[in-house]
Design a protein around this ligand. Sequence first.
Ligand SMILES: Cc1ncc(COP(=O)(O)O)c(C=O)c1O
Length: 467
Amino acid sequence: MLSLFKSKKTESHQLTLEDDTFFTKLRNAEYSRLDKEGHAYLDYTGGNLYTQSQIQKHQALLRDNVYGNPHSTNPTSHLSTILVEDARKKILSFFNATDYHCIFTSNASGALKIVGESFPFNEKSSFVILADNHNSVNGIREYCTAKNGKTTYIPVQYEDLEIKADLLEKVLSEADPKANNLFAYPAQSNVSGVKHDLAWIEKAQKKGFDVLLDAAAYVPSSKLDLSVIKPDFVSISFYKIFGYPTGIGCLLVKKSSFDKLVKPWFAGGTVTMVSVVSPNKFLVYGSERFEDGTLNYLGIPAVTIGLDYIESIGMERISKRVLSLIENLSIELKKLKHDTGKYIVKIFGPDNFKHHGGTLIMNFFDPEGKLFPFEKIEAMANAKKISIRSGCFCNPGIDEINNCVTTEELANYFVSRDKGDYHDIVAYLGKMRGAIRVSVGIASNGNDLMRFVELISTLKNKAVKDL
Ligand SMILES: Cc1ncc(COP(=O)(O)O)c(C=O)c1O
């Protein structure tokens, strides 16, 4: 469990990494391209990495068979249909989701859009949404507003980036329980790595809300058991769990909530009967109602391969490993200080790792406490082949909280111009926006962590103006 890392500056670091022998072997066998190419990949929340064997298995499937467009009786079509339906079954079994329909989408955003455009918002609706959401969830508010419903954001707490429970409880209680209400939140923040309390699902449902759980950042390193927690809608992107293929996600819809979604149009593959001389149509019942046009039938079998791979390791094992990696990284970063005694790194979010996944968000400061622009840090990392991510991560809520941007400031900014961007708002507010995000995953090792820590230690005693 203990790994000793000697940095180039001769200091030794003892990292307590869970299951290190197993995951070192796995990295050598399946992810050797990382070390061959000298990469320290620390952007797993952006996208996971695929294994050699996933690619080989998928390639063999394509090489050795003939696949046609599904849903016909011809043999090549039939073969595709079988593999697509196998993948659907595999997904449902992976999430223990016997009470759910699995709708294939092109990614989590595609899944969220289906909910947005099909949820029966009206003027009585309350759409309650956590401030810590990806923009693909935030965007659903446009559908609610278009139907004159009310959107209410629930902030997270500045100190630990967890849900303001009293406020959420109050807002959920104030809604008309008979209206078409929706509560949307992420199981894990794509920015802070905080795992939000899944008990809110049942609490919100009891108050008359359907619940949309955005599980995109959670499922790559946490078990989601839909026989235990039962949100109405769940969004997922598969490349975030096992790297390949990109372009495939799913929306899981609880069977009892399926009829609530009203599809606003129809497309090829979504109807059983339609006429051009009469305005009528019959929609397919089940997942296919929301699968517009031809599915990615050559890519979908790779989802089965990916899920088999994750099962062969075990989600619990991955969870423990990822948690130990992120905890160790946090410990090492928090040791870094300037000679003035000031810390170099500020990590946002909770002090402990009780409800945490493999993501950290942070900023860096000079000996006088001045903030290093994140672009500079990212450029330094790029030069060392360390892949991290910077900016707001499509989650403006967390950034607004971390950088103390007020509602009034934002309102004034938006009325003051017709268009704008990140640089413009920074200049307008005179406040910093954005941060650095580091995320770990199945193939991360202690060396990746220490390469990042060493990079940041080069900021020691450096002034912002000298970087
Ligand atoms: C929590 C969360 N939700 C939704 C998304 C959107 O996923 P995609 O870009 O795959 O549609 C992401 C992507 O980073 C995410 O982390």
